[in-house]
Each structure stands twice: as structure tokens, then as C-alpha cells.
Design a protein around this ligand. Sequence first.
Ligand code: THU
Length: 132
Amino acid sequence: MIDFDKNLLIQKAMSVRENAYAPYSNYQVGAALLTNSGRVFTGVNVENSAYPVTMCAERSSVFKAVSEGEREFAAVAIATSNGGTPCGSCRQVLAEFGLDTLVILVDENGLVTEEMTVAELLPKAFTPSDLV
Ligand code: THU
């Protein structure tokens, strides 16, 4: 695990959360994903009037990072109003890139409500190694 400033990652997740586009659920989510190379990619949930098209904050951050050539992630801070946990699709997408990524959940006050690895979030995950 690289050395990183957990509070800074949390701050980035909380501040990007303000950009969430969530007019339907009114449940804003912000994510800040730290790569093993030390870069941070943020993401927010982006809802759509065609509801299922909505994209979650966690996957937004992963897709941004992968688009920029990053595939190894040390940690992700996720900010919501109440410390809600990542949905199943986001767990699966995080698992694709590593089970050891640390997931830090914070509420709107910046209080860490839970901290766990992707492996703990998604036990017995189906990963690329299952395909060989
Ligand atoms: N949401 C996320 O951004 N991440 C999750 O892991 C859970 C759900 C978003 C999707 C939708 O915009 C809103 O939260 C309510 O489901």
C-alpha cells in the first residue's frame, strides 16, 4: 500500500460530491480513487431521466482512471449523506482491478463510517483469474 493522506482523499470525495447530478434520487455520491502511482481520480453519480442509464460515482472514478491508463488502485473514498455502501455493480468493477483496494466510506460530516477491502465487500468475487 502506498503512503497516502486519508483525510485528503476523503476531502476530495466530499468536495466532488457537490458535482453529483442526482435530481431524481437526490442521493449525491462522490468518489475519490487513489492509484498506486499516486494520482487521484474523482467521480460522481450522474443520473438520467431514463433512470437505468444512471452511472454511479465509484464506477465513474474507475472509468476515468482506466481511461487515463491507470489500472492499480490503492484506495477509494466514497462520500454520501449517510455512509452508504457501494452497489453490486460498483463492487464488481472495483474487484476487476484488485481485491486489496481499501474502501473508505464517509458520511456528509466526513465521519468514517466503515473501512474495508474490496475482498471484504465482495466475497468470492468473480475476477479475471477465473477466466484462465
Ligand atoms: N449510487 C452511487 O453513485 N453509487 C453506489 O454505489 C450506490 C448508488 C447512486 C446511483 C443513484 O444516482 C443514487 O446513488 C441512488 O441510487
